[in-house]
Design a protein around this ligand. Structure first.
Ligand code: HEM
Ligand code: HEM
Length: 174
């Protein structure tokens, strides 16, 4: 096996797109909540994008266990580091949406969504003291930092080691 399976490749790049979307929507939502002008629609689209990430990761882990992964290349220490980064990414991609779901359930957002009453949405500092909300925001930042390390690793392979590792995550079959 020289490359990731096609469905693993599609899920990888789809995760990148959905993550950017969920991150951007989450940030805008947080700003509008602080200005007490968040809407039910704003919550619905962020929640939908976040849940889509969660479902995609669950499917991806299933594909991974069925299709397998190409063998490691490079030095043993670097391979261990890359594996650690990949496992951390999978863990964060599960935990971030779960903390998001808990934020909805432990705040007035769930009641507002169920009753369709936007007046019940949290206003400025409405999540104050809700640990799971701070955890959600903090873990998103950790996720972004780990993604940056991951992308730097991919760029190192591409432009310094010149081993064409990126081909393994591409649809074009060798
Ligand atoms: C990978 C998926 C997700 C990402 C990247 C993400 C990202 C974010 C970001 C960047 C914020 C703003 C944090 C802050 O500045 O305090 C946020 C807030 C929030 N997210 Fe997510 N989120 C994800 C999934 C979810 C899910 C699945 C739900 C619920 C089902 C959810 C519910 C919320 C809620 C309720 C807030 C608070 C909004 C506010 O402060 O007004 N998130 N999210
Ligand atoms: C421009 C952005 C990105 C590039 C260039 C990139 C590149 C790559 C490459 C080349 C691999 C294969 C590594 C190998 O064969 O050992 C890979 C694997 C992986 N990538 Fe990315 N990636 C990017 C963004 C992301 C993002 C945003 C995430 C998730 C948040 C992510 C998560 C993963 C994971 C978990 C693996 C391991 C796959 C597995 O073994 O199951 N990547 N990436």
């Amino acid at each position: 096996m020289k490359q990731y399976s096609k469905r693993m490749v599609i899920a990888h790049w789809l995760t990148l797109g959905l993550l950017v979307l969920a991150w951007y929507l989450g940030d805008s939502l947080s700003d509008s909540t602080d200005e007490s002008r968040a809407t039910l629609f704003g919550y619905v689209i962020h929640v939908s994008a976040g849940i889509a990430v969660l479902l995609l990761i669950a499917m991806r882990l299933l594909f991974r266990s069925k299709d397998g992964v190409p063998p490691a290349i490079g030095h043993a220490a670097m391979d261990r580091l890359a594996k650690g980064v990949h496992h951390t990414l999978y863990l964060l991609l599960l935990v971030v949406p779960i903390t998001g779901i808990l934020t909805v359930l432990r705040s007035s957002v769930a009641k507002a969504l169920l009753s369709g009453d936007a007046n019940m949405l949290p206003k400025a500092h409405g999540f104050h003291g809700l640990l799971v909300h701070s955890l959600h925001g903090t873990l998103v930042n950790v996720l972004i930092a780990v993604v940056v390390v991951h992308v730097l690793g991919a760029l190192k392979h591409q432009f310094i080691d010149k081993d064409n590792l990126l081909e393994r995550m591409m649809l074009r079959r060798k």
